[in-house]
Design a protein around this ligand. Structure first.
Ligand code: UTP
Length: 407
């Protein structure tokens, strides 16, 4: 693409202002901006006025495998899981491409130190949890780490400096996720530098298409990986690729297993797993009708009772059927750094525009079957989203201590 073509592409969508500083740029910067114009999918900007999610289908309950069943079948589930892991059929994928804006650190979230008397980094907690399974099964599970262009170098350097917290370097593969443009409330693109349109990672559902773009689906095929455990960077208590969860998902013969926790109260403000038009899905708390809230399963328990914790075991052979254009695009208000009229970088304290994301839970709805698998909240769910308060460094420290982890 040359300058005239780039200018026309942007003029056609009313975004010519991105060339405001063009004449000040050197040749390399000019080329970089044109390249970004060529590479970026701006069609997302048209979604602002259309609303984020569209209409919903018909909901029905989706039964979870609950603790009593898991405990009664523990040996069977465990053995099936260990067998699958030992056969090299299970991989793990750490979603670390997010910006962690709520936590407010400039570094990747995984570099955050939650220790009190010693260093305890979020990445360290995650890798230590996975290492438990590596040791237990005597198998180096393939670990993929998804970063974004914003945090890739810092993430790779940090993990290398810390010797991957004991993980085997040649079992880790890093890749960058795709980016989406970011704009103000009127749909005008922000610039983050004179030669660069503001972008942000395109949401955690980007993991599969980004993996394919990086050619890494070949590793899945070549190594015979049949299951991949996708998990968030910020839940420092979660078990990853734990044999019982793997075994339960494999034996249930479903497209995906999803770790879930029981709602703390019927009116708790969390999305819960369900069926939507016969496919697995999530119904948000504000979409639960009175009838759904009161519905009971065959044991007399609430029928819509299990919230997801962003830890899913996907059957790899079904991933090719999940395509980005079939998933809803979420238009989210966020803080977007930008350059002002004078060209100085501004980091806003409050949301100032829209980012565009696709979410991993929307992938679930593309698949035909899902096993919600209950885990005990106090033992497996300590997400770190904020510095203090709910889902914070403070609340996670408390839960880690309760689970006997020294900080
Ligand atoms: P969150 O939804 O908490 O987003 O991500 P975030 O970007 O980390 O934090 P905020 O909202 O800016 O405060 C849940 C998980 O999905 C990953 C995150 O790294 C985290 O593990 N994620 C999110 C990605 O990998 N890519 C994305 O584009 C978004």
């Amino acid at each position: 693409m040359n300058y005239e073509e780039a200018r026309k592409k942007m003029a056609d969508i009313g975004q010519e202002h991105i060339f405001k500083y063009y004449d000040e740029l050197d040749e390399a910067q000019k080329a970089a901006l044109i390249q970004q114009v060529e590479d970026t999918d701006f069609s997302v900007l048209a979604k602002i006025d259309k609303g984020a999610d569209g209409t919903r289908g018909t909901f029905a309950p989706l039964a979870a495998m609950q603790r009593p069943e898991i405990e009664a079948r523990e040996k069977e589930l465990y053995e099936a899981g260990v067998k699958t892991i030992k056969a090299g059929k299970t991989a793990a994928l750490l979603l670390a491409g997010g910006m962690g804006t709520r936590l407010g650190s400039d570094n990747p979230k995984g570099m955050y130190d939650i220790g009190l008397t010693k260093h305890v980094y979020i990445f360290e907690r995650i890798i230590t949890n996975l290492l438990d399974v590596v040791k237990e099964t005597d198998t180096w599970i393939r670990l993929f780490v998804m970063t974004s262009e914003k945090n890739h170098d810092a993430t790779v350097t940090f993990l290398k400096e810390h010797d991957y917290f004991g993980y085997k370097e040649d079992r880790i593969v890093f890749f960058k996720q795709n980016m989406a443009p970011a704009c103000d409330y009127n749909g005008k693109l922000y610039m983050e530098a004179k030669d660069r349109i503001s972008t942000s990672p395109n949401g955690n559902a980007g993991w599969y298409s980004s993996m394919v773009r990086a050619g890494l689906d070949k590793i899945l095929t070549d190594e015979g990986i049949e299951w991949i455990d996708i998990f968030a960077v910020d839940n420092v208590l979660q078990r990853i690729c734990d044999p019982c969860f793997v075994g339960a998902t494999v034996l249930a013969d479903v497209s995906v297993g999803a770790k879930v926790v029981r709602k703390a109260a019927p009116d708790e403000k969390v999305g819960v797993m369900c069926l939507e038009d016969g496919r697995p899905s999530i119904v948000e708390y504000y979409e639960l009708s009175e009838d759904m809230m009161n519905a009971k399963d065959e044991n007399g328990e609430p029928a819509y009772n299990y919230g997801v914790i962003l830890n899913y075991l996907f059957r790899t052979s079904e991933l090719a059927s999940v395509t980005d254009d079939r998933m809803p695009l979420h238009v989210v208000k966020k803080k977007i750094p930008y350059i002002d009229e004078s060209g100085a970088l501004v980091k806003p304290a409050e949301p100032n525009g829209f980012k565009f994301e696709q979410l991993v839970l929307d992938m679930i709805h593309q698949l035909s079957t899902c096993l919600p698998y209950e885990v005990i909240r106090e033992h497996e769910f300590a997400p770190i989203k904020n510095p203090t308060g709910i889902d914070s460094v403070e609340s996670a420290r408390e839960l880690l201590k309760q689970n006997g982890i020294e900080l």
